[in-house]
Write a protein that binds this ligand. Structure first.
Ligand SMILES: [Zn+2]
Length: 641
């Protein structure tokens, strides 16, 4: 049944609010992150990144395109790529979540000013877009393969859903989105244009706007788009139709494939449709694809996509670290999919994947000051980057230093909207209690579906250590259960309730009988640094190890090696486990002798054993902190001595 008057409530201020499922999300008004890495990220996002993005959207004319549309200045004066409108909408979504998290008069004013410029450019039939359809421009929807018109409007819907759910259901942005969605339903409905957009996104946008506004037509349109794709409705292109997932219907695919951002956005929309329509087969299909993608097509960091040419997934096991594309947006998309599957079905593996991608890709993209970003996230940088100017647009997605803005600048606002809403991924509720999925210092002030209030304070230095305390400030009446995720990276874990003896628990979701108010549940995870060994099928890193500490992947950066030593020459002695001193992790490593400089291959008969190199202690750095000390080379996977 669609949108029952049941427990979820369309007004929950969270990015995904299904009407049914295993767990109910909590809103930004129910979970507040009070400290630690995510609080710092949120603070920088609010104080620096939002303004930074707004500045660049203005400077590059992407905001001005809406003014030109009103003034009749298109197409001549239009600037930016065909999808530049979407970055404006993603900024609006980020601002809406930030305003939902913490009211701010100045931000509210800036938000309203941008919305008015977008609204002024909306056409009488509801269409919004600055690239097509006006005199002198290509007709609307004449290039579904590359035009991104529905993609852009999908981002508008996600922004509007954020606004509607953060207490502004009658906001101008919501009305603009509603009229646009009505237009799309009319234009692409059962009797309309039978096409789909070359870049999935409108599906997830329509589904969320439909949920937020209680409008089942939008969900039905999302379902139509999901089912239409995969039957060759788009033109064949040099990358093949798999690039935009138009080669196989979603419900028949075995694994995520093609362009990694498109694949994840489509999967997220498919989960939304499956959940709302009770389509268990579709949900099974996406869950199966997710599992195989995690097992065979995902980097240690949670990054996805190894093809640079088409920003796409490689085949199974094609995960070369030095050719990792691992676009920031692909990991934002993977978080979207994992979160929807977690809400639909439960499963600690989904929360593990969210933590991995957030910690090691999404948090790697922005510099500490929130004003420059990685687009691609390589796991092995062989050549130091050139300095990136802080006031120039980068033409290259692959730049190995963070850049302030890109010609294709999808990633910065994607990071911003994710950080502004990251508290939504911390916890959920169900009839039986509360589930903690991500660990951060936090205040949870929520209610169970029965209406019973529950108040928890999470006290922890995670991920700096693995000690997590959940202080029960207010407990529901009667029996209840606190469910804690035990991350798969923790080799051991212990749970203790108040003064009772600790018990060993395995990885997964651990249920703890909920204590009364004043009680404390303690979870101790093993966050010591450790070697990680790859599946030998991943040929590109066979014979290598990585080092992980808690959820954080570490890497070796050349600035820690001293003059004359290259990261490519380092080999690691795995007989000595990695160790930590004052927050820095070290490994025992040696330096390979110089290559002979000639033909680098020999027959096995001619192999001369290499002399054992002298060993020394080498410091590692958190992968998400790399490249913060100027141009450097770097590697995550380290060859074994
Ligand atoms: Zn991107």
């Amino acid at each position: 049944m669609l949108f029952p008057t049941g427990h979820h409530g369309a007004a929950t201020p969270a990015p995904v609010v299904p009407s049914t499922g295993r767990f109910q999300p909590l809103g930004l008004d129910q979970v507040r992150i009070t400290g630690g890495q995510w609080a710092r990220r949120q603070e920088v996002n609010a104080s620096a990144t939002l303004t930074h993005i707004e500045h660049w959207l203005e400077r590059e004319g992407w905001l001005g395109n809406f003014d030109l549309a009103v003034a009749g200045g298109l197409p001549g004066g239009r600037r930016g790529r065909e999808f530049s409108d979407s970055e404006v909408y993603k900024l609006l979504e980020a601002m809406a979540w930030e305003l939902g998290r913490r009211p701010d008069g100045d931000l509210e004013h800036r938000f309203g000013a941008i919305v008015r410029r977008v609204a002024a450019a909306q056409e009488p039939d509801g269409y919004v877009g600055t690239r097509f359809g006006r005199p002198g421009q290509q007709p609307r929807y004449s290039d579904l393969e590359w035009g991104h018109e529905l993609y852009c409007q999908g981002h508008l819907y996600q922004a509007a859903a954020a606004r509607a759910r953060t207490g502004r259901p009658g906001d101008l942005l919501v009305e603009v989105a509603r009229r646009s969605a009505d237009h799309v339903c009319a234009a692409f409905g059962p009797d309309g244009n039978q096409g789909v957009c070359g870049h999935a996104e409108v599906e997830v946008g329509l589904a969320e706007l439909g949920r937020a506004l209680g409008e089942p037509r939008y969900l039905a349109q999302a379902a139509l788009f999901v089912d239409r794709r995969g039957h060759g409705v788009l033109a064949d292109i040099e990358f093949g139709r798999s690039y935009y997932q138009d080669d196989v219907p979603v419900r028949d695919a075995e694994v995520f494939h093609g362009h990694a951002v498109r694949a994840n956005y489509l999967a997220a929309g498919a989960v939304d449709v499956a959940v709302e329509l009770g389509d268990e087969k579709l949900l099974d299909a996406v869950a199966g694809q997710w599992a195989r993608t995690q097992a065979r097509r995902t980097y240690l960091t949670g990054g996805q996509g190894s093809h640079h040419q088409d920003e796409a997934f490689g085949d199974d096991w094609v995960l070369p670290p030095d050719r990792a594309y691992s676009e920031t947006c692909a990991s934002v998309g993977s978080v979207m999919v994992s979160w929807r599957l977690l809400l639909a079905r439960g499963g600690a593996q989904y929360a593990d994947a969210i933590e991995r991608a957030l910690t090691n890709v999404v948090a790697t993209s922005p510099a500490a000051d929130g004003r420059s970003f990685f687009y691609a996230n390589s796991l092995h940088q062989r050549v130091p980057a050139e300095h990136v100017a802080t006031d120039e647009v980068s033409k290259r997605a692959e730049a190995s230093l963070r850049a302030p803005w890109f010609e294709v600048s999808c990633c910065p606002p994607n990071v911003a909207r994710t950080f502004a809403s990251v508290a939504a991924y911390v916890a959920t509720v169900d009839d039986g209690g509360v589930q903690l999925h991500q660990y951060a210092p936090a205040e949870i002030r929520a209610a169970l579906p029965s209406g019973e209030p529950v108040a928890l304070d999470v006290v922890t230095s995670y991920p700096d250590d693995g000690h997590v305390e959940v202080h029960v400030v207010g407990a529901p009446a009667g029996d209840w259960t606190l469910t804690l995720r035990v991350p798969s990276w923790s080799s051991s874990a212990r749970v203790r309730v108040d003064g009772a003896p600790a018990r060993e628990v395995g990885p997964g979701a651990v249920e703890v009988p909920g204590p009364r108010a004043g009680g404390v549940v303690t979870l101790d995870l093993d966050a010591a640094p450790r070697f990680v060994v790859p599946d030998p099928h991943i040929d590109a890193v066979r014979g290598c190890v990585a080092v992980q500490r808690g959820p954080e992947v570490l890497c070796l950066e050349s600035v820690d090696l001293g003059e004359g030593t290259r990261v490519d020459d380092i080999v690691v002695d795995t007989a000595v486990p990695p160790w930590e001193v004052d927050g820095t992790v070290y490994v025992r490593a040696g330096t390979l002798g110089a290559s002979g400089g000639g033909w680098p291959y020999t027959t096995t008969d001619d192999v001369v054993p290499r002399p054992r190199p002298e060993l020394r202690d080498v410091a590692l750095v958190r992968y998400h902190d790399w490249a913060n000390r100027g141009p450097a080379t770097m590697r995550v996977w380290l060859p074994v001595l």
